[in-house]
Design a protein around this ligand. Sequence first.
Ligand SMILES: [Mn+2]
Length: 323
Amino acid sequence: MTVNQLDDIIKNSKSILLLSHINPDGDTLGSVCAMYSLVEENYKKKPDICVVSKVPSVYSFLPNIEKVKSISDMDLSREYDLVINLDIAALDRCAEAAVLFEKAKYTVNIDHHQTNNGYAKFNVVMPEASATGEVLYEISQALNWKISNVAAICLYTAILTDTGSFKFSNTTQRTMEIAGKLLSYGVDPSDINQKCYESNSKDMVLFQSYCVSKTQFEYDDKIAYTVVYKKDLERYNYNGDDFTEGLTEKLRAIKTTEIAFVIKELNPSMSKISMRSKTKDISKVCASFGGGGHKLAAGAVVKSNVSGTIKLVLDEIKKQKLC
Ligand SMILES: [Mn+2]
């Protein structure tokens, strides 16, 4: 799609819905909140925003976040003129909201995941971009959209969180240029850093320390992993926020670690893998379980209990000769 088509589509649409992925992160939330402002300020239209899962309380500072509706607030039979998916690598990542996407007259998919297959009618997928927030900035530039302070705060948050504070390998010269540009719209980087990274609950920090303390090592410490059981979450007063955010990176931070992963118990027969690496392409490991992501940061849901999943993951890493 050319970006000019996106301009036409927005102009031709009366009802617009913005969707984020399940278990939302700073990029998908920053992107929907930024898109709201960009559409409102440049087209005088007020889109709906739907986020299927709970919004982590750390992101309650984002402008426009109060406009987010949960799936239970949505009329699932409604036919929107336009649904825009932001940071959604595959349609099943919008869970129950996928029906709204499928019913829409126009569908747009704005993303940066390598594994995104262009499932919408109009796709803007830039795998070289660090974050969907970065893609959205490029679109804004191409269409000469005005960027307000509010939109800039949201875009900056999207990029900051998806690059792990401009530390991950997806950070490019362009990423830094865009972040610098966003500061010129009045974004305060220290304030946003504090809101994103120094606003965790005591329970969450202590829970993560507990998980780190039970890390297991394999292959001469090249693999580090830990597990998150439901009962442990409850012991630390789990409140529905993502208590595992950043946990995998803590295991990757060990000098010897090549591949780090966290296995989270979803129910007795379902587990979630979050995997990180320093240099190995672990997206293929996650893809073998039907998941996906990026080369050095990927995830998947596996139909097995925690101990079964550990074995499956270690076997797959061995099969792919990553260690
Ligand atoms: Mn992203």
